[in-house]
Design a protein around this ligand. Structure first.
Ligand SMILES: [Ca+2]
Length: 216
């Protein structure tokens, strides 16, 4: 009996140690994670008249796995936030008062910017955050945004806007890989064998709803 008890305590301590060790780095709960290794099924290109873009799974360039998503933009249309977007088909569920982070890796053929948006995917289409002028350079770099939601919603849509008129060089081809949406603060990863070049988003927040704090 004593031996069994002793073993169980050892196992318990080992489990606690592993939990504590992993907990420093591991994301507790993912809401969405995309590496484009299985294609583009979770994403849709949405265009309004005058805008056109092709989403191609790129087998030769990636941050994770062997694939990324490449975007070849031929026309951006009227310059509205939603004239030319990449929409996540996985509903984003958020709770009021909770902290969330979205991060993703980007690069482009030459320097450009993009915008991101999170809004209710239903009436009254309330905007939760909108970040513009996110820099994309010719080197893979991670971008991240952390916010505390002040509303609860089970069906928000996260999207990238290529067409927003504030964007620099909106026609420049770019790549996206390893998109994550999760609870908590930004969890830095060493994916390229180098310290990630995290770039802080500008505090160009529009709308009433939005971020309490930006990524560091
Ligand atoms: Ca990938």
């Amino acid at each position: 009996m004593m031996k069994v008890k002793y073993l169980s305590v050892t196992v318990l301590l080992a489990a606690l140690f592993m939990t504590a060790t992993v907990g420093i780095y591991a994301v507790e709960e993912f809401i969405m994670e995309e590496d484009f290794e299985a294609g583009q099924a979770n994403w849709s290109v949405a265009t309004r008249p005058g805008a056109a873009m092709e989403l191609i799974i790129d087998d030769d360039d990636s941050v994770t796995g062997k694939k990324s998503a490449r975007f070849e933009i031929s026309a951006v249309g009227g310059g509205g936030m939603h004239d030319l977007t990449l929409d996540c088909n996985i509903p984003i569920g958020i709770e009021a008062g909770e902290t969330y982070t979205v991060d993703f890796w980007v690069k482009a053929e030459k320097d450009r910017t993009i915008a991101i948006d999170l809004l209710m995917n239903h009436d009254p289409w309330t905007n939760i955050f909108r970040i513009e002028n996110i820099p994309v350079t010719t080197e893979w770099a991670v971008q991240h945004h952390t916010f505390v939601s002040i509303l609860e919603d089970a069906n928000a849509v996260f999207l990238f806007s290529f067409s927003r008129s504030s964007n620099l060089n909106p026609l420049v081809t770019m790549w996206i890989d390893h998109i994550r949406f999760y609870e908590g603060d930004f969890e830095e990863e060493d994916l390229l064998g180098l310290p990630p070049k995290a770039v802080t988003f500008g505090n160009k927040l529009s709308g009433t709803w939005g971020m309490i704090k930006s990524g560091n």
